[in-house]
Design a binder for this molecule. Structure first.
Ligand code: 5GP
Length: 127
């Protein structure tokens, strides 16, 4: 079920548990502001999730409340993860789902990085 992007932060969401080490995730990258790990259900040959370490529900929450240092650190981390995964030459796609219409399932901001094949149209075509 997609989440309501205006809901308060739930400290028991699955990515908060990953950040606390309560649920395992293979670390791909970590610094003061960001953590990257493989998606458990990959939708492309390479599918990485990058999350901020701070408690932010969504892109909306993060872009409203995070400090400039958190925002700069997170955005740079997303680029670094893709670069270090060798995705730049052939290209990649970033996706951040927000709320109901975005189809966001986990209420902790995450950016998906997809790569490894031509990724097709930006959105699934309707009927
Ligand atoms: P959303 O739909 O919220 O943008 O994407 C949530 C993503 O989190 C999905 O692609 C899903 O496969 C991934 N995911 C959900 N639970 C876990 C988990 O416990 N570990 C990992 N690595 N990924 C998860």
């Amino acid at each position: 079920m997609p989440i309501d992007a205006t809901q308060p932060y739930d400290p028991d969401n699955i990515f908060a548990k990953i950040l606390r080490g309560e649920i395992p995730a293979k670390p791909i990258y970590e610094d003061a502001h960001a953590f990257a790990f493989p998606d458990i259900n990959p939708q492309a040959p390479q599918h990485i999730l990058v999350i901020p370490k701070g408690a932010y529900v969504s892109w909306d929450d993060f872009s409203t409340k995070a400090s400039d240092a958190e925002i700069a650190g997170f955005i740079r981390a997303v680029g670094l993860v893709a670069r270090e995964a060798g995705m730049v030459e052939d290209g990649y796609r970033l996706l951040a789902n927000v709320g109901q219409h975005g189809g966001q399932e986990v209420p902790h901001l995450h950016v998906h990085i997809f790569a490894g094949r031509p990724l097709g149209p930006m959105l699934a075509r309707q009927g």
